[in-house]
Design a protein around this ligand. Structure first.
Ligand code: SAM
Length: 306
């Protein structure tokens, strides 16, 4: 303890982690902090620094290179919106490709759709998968053992470059931000391959950050996706631990415009999939309404496609 009675912060990999607090210093002048009950594991993998800790307020938390990835308490918001929106928009997805998502949460939600016959998940860091299996078992549940799941440890861009034309109906990119290993998943080459391997009604969804602080992530990736897809839009979700207001999920579609859907049709698809009443954030109304963007977010999209 220092003279002020505070536990001195120890700096690990460039971000402050005291015995009591984990400070997420995502922005130079703004961040959030979690009171740490117990550090469960800390490992420097070949790709990133991995920490999983028990927090006082949000259950267990996964941190990669100092950035909050997922918490047990609010993961349902993000995973439900990143998964159910594209799958219920497509309406008949059988083959789904997941890039990143090493905690297994997206895989679990994809496999909740009985029409899905194959879920291929490509995660670059096997340590994230193994540590999530051990320390975050609630996030993926039993998804790892589902016979429809094919979990591959590899680089997402290498996978899509080698994948066969029109082999997927939906691609979900749940990656870290466009720095380090995640950067390749925000490039023209990546989107071009994704357009090639998606079927005629196919669509891709990408986590595009919090536009209040990261507007360029949505703007630049939407312009890139627009080069390879006829329809580009975005929808929002209020994820408490992705600080800064709405989290934006960028969408690009080879079929119709996802921003123009009918609540009744979405509800019917969800009923057929057995999802109605099984979600804590997603609803048919939230699904359709989430595409109605506040002007400060819509300003980062290419001119609207009618
Ligand atoms: N929900 C979080 C967010 O929005 O920031 C992302 C969670 S998930 C754990 C992010 C995953 O993307 C990490 O496990 C990371 O290893 C993986 N990843 C980053 N770059 C990748 C790449 N090029 N190919 C495959 N996976 C990648």
């Amino acid at each position: 303890m220092n003279e002020a009675g505070q536990v001195p912060a120890s700096f690990i990999w460039g971000y402050a982690m005291s015995i009591e607090w984990l400070n997420e210093e995502l922005y130079s002048a703004w961040g959030q902090r979690f009171r740490v009950d117990k550090e469960l594991v800390r490992k420097k993998s070949d790709f990133q620094d991995i920490v999983i800790f028990e927090s006082e307020s949000h259950g267990r938390v996964l941190v990669l290179d100092g950035a909050i990835q997922i918490t047990e308490r609010d993961e349902f918001v993000y995973q439900e919106m990143l998964t159910h929106v594209p799958l219920l928009t497509h309406g008949a997805a059988k083959r789904v490709l997941i890039i990143g998502a090493g905690d297994g949460g997206v895989l679990r939600r994809v496999l909740e759709h009985p029409g899905v016959e194959k879920a291929v998940m490509v995660e670059i860091d096997g340590d994230v998968i193994e540590l999530s299996k051990t320390y975050l078992p609630k996030i993926a549940g039993d998804a790892w053992n589902d016979p429809r799941a094919d979990v591959i440890v590899g680089d997402g861009i290498e996978y899509v470059a080698k994948a066969v034309d029109e082999s997927f109906d939906v691609i979900i990119v749940d990656s870290t931000d466009p720095i380090g290993v995640g950067e390749v998943l925000f490039t023209d080459a990546f989107y071009q391959h994704c357009a090639r391997i998606l079927g005629p009604q196919g669509l891709i969804v990408n986590q595009c950050g919090v536009p209040f602080m990261q507007a360029d992530e949505l703007r630049e990736t939407s312009l890139r996706r627009a080069r390879f897809f006829p329809t580009v839009s975005a929808y929002v979700a209020a994820v408490p631990t992705y600080v800064g207001g709405f989290m934006t999920l960028g969408v690009a579609s080879k079929g119709g415009n996802p921003a123009k859907q009918d609540v009744a049709a979405v509800r019917e698809r969800a009923r057929e999939a057995g999802l109605l009443g099984k979600t804590q954030y997603w609803t048919p109304e939230i699904h359709v309404g989430s595409f109605n963007l506040p002007p400060y977010i819509a300003a980062n999209l290419p001119a609207s496609q009618d």
